[in-house]
Design a protein around this ligand. Structure first.
Ligand SMILES: Cc1ncc(COP(=O)(O)O)c(C=O)c1O
Length: 460
């Protein structure tokens, strides 16, 4: 396609007008749907349209409005959000108690000159130091989760002068080249090999395997800079390690002087019933990585916080050596994160999630007793995985729930798992509705696939 600036302007004017309107008429809605299909097919990636597991049977698929527990499509159909944008809506969609501070900041200044000091970044760093465990003290803010993990990995090498990383099989740490090198699934790594050299993947949940890898590397003359691990593996299908795993890793990393990095991008901000998942095990990492829910479901902001011994003189003398993202920790994003932390602390979102998670888990376990297709229910807080015998059955459940107004999702590294990651502000009434809809859907899927207790037992 040749450059056509006047056509570009026409398109921009059209969507700007739609954005400003409170209500679109039927013709405009149809136009927006048709444009979206064409634009995604021609200019984004047709795969997005083909690969929408849960919504593929529904003509209405353009997301247009959201509020707290739910979002609406263009035609006003409402969906309870049990996917939570893969964990970003812990405080709900556009929570007014967060939004008002972001709007006020937007009316003052959104980004900044990069030269003067932005006070919000300083306040946010201090608040993070106060609400993370142990002596975690120095924060660095970024825009995405993968980028934050890059900073953690770079900091481990920068501070120690050592080289190797230990990661885990099944891990998901993002898809930038450094982060995907740590990721523990072949599909996402193979096309980019060779990637970061010096990474050993060990079995998740097995501290002895981590120690053996470190010991063996040192024995052959290598040096190990850091170990990166999720306290619960999210994308691998909500995998909970044995109790004491994180503590053992802490001891091993102390013994061999290896930087321990906890990737809490998904588990953090109360998702598992404590502000940080590592707090439940009383373990402090050397670097804590956070993201997703950190911006309150309103602004993208992620980051790391490190213990002071890692913030070496080199970094203090040259603050840009670790990274200098133009938009990292920008004022608007910082206002969202500060307001999110304020809201979470004032309303005890982690505590709410702990209680509600236990209630929901109890109800889901009751469904498991009743439905042979639901082979496993596991999770912590509002990070819940539901397993089915095959990926096709998992998709059928997602689809059936979507048809009934409940949005759930799969996980990137395990296609047999449905994930339930609802907002922490979910009411008990809504949880009961979700369970009722799931009950109906499971019955439907069992009929569709002719599933009985006997047929499931035979596949084991
Ligand atoms: C544990 C974990 N780390 C890193 C990431 C990557 O974050 P982002 O998609 O913001 O780069 C994710 C995203 O799902 C994640 O769950």
């Amino acid at each position: 396609m040749k450059s056509n600036k006047s056509a570009a302007l026409t398109e921009a004017k059209k969507i700007c007008e739609f954005i400003l309107k409170d209500e679109l008429n039927d013709e405009e809605k149809d136009q927006l749907v048709q444009d979206s299909i064409n634009n995604f097919n021609e200019n984004v990636n047709p795969g997005w349209l083909a690969y929408r597991k849960s919504v593929s049977t529904n003509a209405a698929f353009v997301e247009w409005e959201d509020s707290m527990e739910s979002f609406k499509d263009l035609y006003g159909n409402e969906f309870i959000d049990c996917l939570g944008g893969f964990g970003i809506y812990t405080c709900g969609h556009r929570n007014p108690e967060i939004l008002k501070y972001v709007q006020a900041q937007l009316n003052r200044y959104a980004l900044h000159s990069q030269e003067l000091i932005d006070p919000l970044r300083g306040y946010l760093a201090k608040i993070m130091a106060l609400c993370t465990p142990g002596d975690l003290q120095y924060a660095f803010f970024c825009n995405g989760g993968a980028e934050a993990n890059e900073m953690a990995l770079k900091l481990a090498r920068l501070a120690t002068g050592k080289k190797y990383y230990i990661s885990t099989v099944g891990a998901f740490h993002g898809k930038s080249l450094g982060a995907v090198s740590m990721t523990g699934k072949g599909t996402y790594r193979k096309p980019y090999l060779p990637m970061i050299q010096g990474v050993q993947h060990v079995e998740y949940g097995n501290a002895e395997a981590a120690e053996a890898a470190i010991k063996n590397l040192i024995a052959v003359g290598e040096s190990v800079a850091g170990m990166i691990v999720e306290p619960i593996q999210g994308e691998a299908g909500i995998v909970i390690p044995p109790e004491g795993y994180l503590k053992q890793l802490r001891e091993i990393c102390d013994k061999y002087d290896v930087v321990l990095i906890f990737d809490e991008i998904q588990t953090g901000m109360g998702r598992t019933g404590t502000m940080w998942a590592c707090e439940a095990e009383d373990v402090v990492p050397d670097i804590l990585v956070y993201g997703k829910a950190f911006g309150g479901g309103i602004m993208p902001i992620t980051g790391i916080i490190a213990r002071p011994h890692l913030w070496t003189d080199d970094i203090k003398e040259n603050p840009w050596i670790l990274g200098s993202p133009t938009f990292g920790g920008n004022p608007l994003a910082c206002s969202a994160a500060i307001a999110t932390l304020k809201y979470s602390l004032e309303n005890d979102i982690p505590g709410q999630i702990k209680e509600k998670g236990e209630y929901l888990m109890g109800k889901l376990k009751e469904l498991q007793e009743k439905h042979p297709v639901l082979v496993e229910v596991r999770g912590k807080g509002f990070l819940i995985g539901l397993d089915y015998p095959t990926p096709e059955m998992g998709w059928a459940v997602s689809k059936g729930l979507f048809k009934r107004g409940v949005m759930t999702g799969g996980t990137l590294n395990s296609s047999k798992t449905n994930r339930i990651e609802p907002p922490g502000i979910l009411t008990y009434e809504t949880m009961d509705i979700i369970v009722e809809k799931l009950d109906e859907t499971l019955t439907e899927v069992e009929e569709e696939f002719s599933i009985t207790w006997k047929s499931v037992a035979a596949t084991k």
